[in-house]
Design a protein around this ligand. Structure first.
Ligand SMILES: NC(=O)c1ccc[n+]([C@@H]2O[C@H](COP(=O)([O-])OP(=O)(O)OC[C@H]3O[C@@H](n4cnc5c(N)ncnc54)[C@H](O)[C@@H]3O)[C@@H](O)[C@H]2O)c1
Length: 343
């Protein structure tokens, strides 16, 4: 039987590249659609090494609707995962229009291309959403039916796309849409061949800690140690990117198996504080990670972590890897590739 093809917009990026490997391991044939706006073509060689054959690539912009339509017609994918987009909360406050164009207009372009390319039977669609749609939650763990209070243009664009896709599904029940709200993806493939390669100053904790540990930055700034948490620092739900990749495989298999759609949290259900991560990373790399406590960052919340039980019920999926593996795998990636894919 021919392998089912799965189109990954943004498939050369951090989460997309790990999902690429997981999909090939699951017997599916992923095709990467990417313009390399935030990724490095060297990832393709690494994916070749990891999976034993070169990746299929469609290089271009998801905003180019006629071209995306031609890609869909060429590959006739059974499923599409829409990773392509921008993801930095602070940057979205400074450049909201760019975020609306890339995230909202990008998803609209893809959805229109799907509609134009498919004769009534659109591919299953999985969308990368975010736990930031919940804003500052009233309760933890956070369930999918918690109030939605996006507090940045980034979070708002993700919620807008969720609503757009759900409306498309109401209008055309043949659409199958899986919305995945990620908590905090970290870690890397255990081979050390692929990982997160942020350009400029990292926005997230783990790549920052990794860059301090490898000597690229002098110390980590810990934003506030007076939150009402167990050690005063912010608590987040970190999810190993390998577990996240398997969540996408499970989501696609469910949709391809007849599930009509879902909105699910993908998280571990456990919160870890900044200092717990710093400590675990120090153990993974064999030396303490220097840090300084500085003022809180506006907009940061004290604590949030997922209730991932619905994903377990619907997909039979749950995380397997803890913060030790997250830190060990991040360190292996960072120490073998101190400057990321560039060398
Ligand atoms: N990493 C996180 O912390 C996180 C958390 C929640 C949600 N998400 C979402 O998950 C998705 C993937 O995140 P990631 O961490 O892998 O990001 P990433 O930046 O590593 O990957 C995104 C990929 O999309 C590509 N891309 C961007 N704009 C494009 C366009 N117009 N046309 C074609 N390709 C384009 C980039 O080149 C990159 O390879 C994003 O939509 C992000 O918002 C990420």
């Amino acid at each position: 039987m021919p392998q089912q093809s799965i189109l990954l917009t943004g498939g050369a990026g951090y989460i997309g590249s790990h999902t690429f490997v997981a999909l090939r391991e699951a017997g599916l044939e992923p095709v990467i659609l990417d313009n390399f706006a935030n990724s490095h073509p060297a990832v393709l060689d690494r994916l070749h090494k990891l999976t034993g054959k070169p990746p299929l690539l469609e290089k271009g912009d998801v905003l180019d609707t006629p071209w995306v339509e031609s890609v869909l017609k060429r590959h006739a994918p059974a499923g599409v995962v829409h990773f392509a987009g921008l993801k930095a909360v602070g940057e979205s406050v400074a450049q909201p229009l760019r975020y609306y164009r890339q995230n909202v207009a990008g998803a609209l372009s893809l959805a229109e291309a799907i509609q134009n390319a498919s004769n009534g039977t659109p591919p299953a669609l999985v969308f990368s959403s975010t736990a930031t749609v919940y804003g500052d939650p009233d309760n933890v763990p956070v369930r999918e039916d918690a109030p939605l209070r996006p507090s940045s243009p980034y979070a708002q664009t993700k919620l807008d796309v969720e609503n757009m896709l759900l409306a498309a599904q109401v209008a055309q029940p043949a659409w199958r849409v899986g919305i995945l709200r990620y908590f905090n993806p970290v870690g890397a493939h255990p081979s050390g061949l692929i990982g997160e390669d942020p350009s400029g100053i990292p926005n997230n904790l783990m790549p920052f800690v990794s860059q301090v540990a490898v000597g690229l930055r002098p110390h980590l700034s810990v934003f506030g140690n007076d939150y009402p948490t167990r050690d005063g620092t912010g608590v987040r739900d970190y999810i190993h990117v390998q577990d996240l990749a398997l969540g996408h495989v499970a989501a696609l298999k469910a949709l391809l198996g007849g599930n009509q759609g879902f909105t699910l949290n993908l998280g571990s259900g456990r919160g870890s504080s900044v200092l717990e991560i710093v400590d675990a990373f120090g153990k993974a790399c064999g030396k303490p990670v220097p840090y300084q406590v500085v003022a809180r960052r506006p907009g940061d919340v004290a604590e949030y972590y997922a209730d991932p039980s619905k994903a377990n019920e619907v997909l039979g999926w749950q995380t397997r890897l803890g913060i030790e593996e997250m830190c060990a795998d991040s360190w292996r990636w960072q120490s073998r590739n101190p400057r990321g894919y560039a060398g």
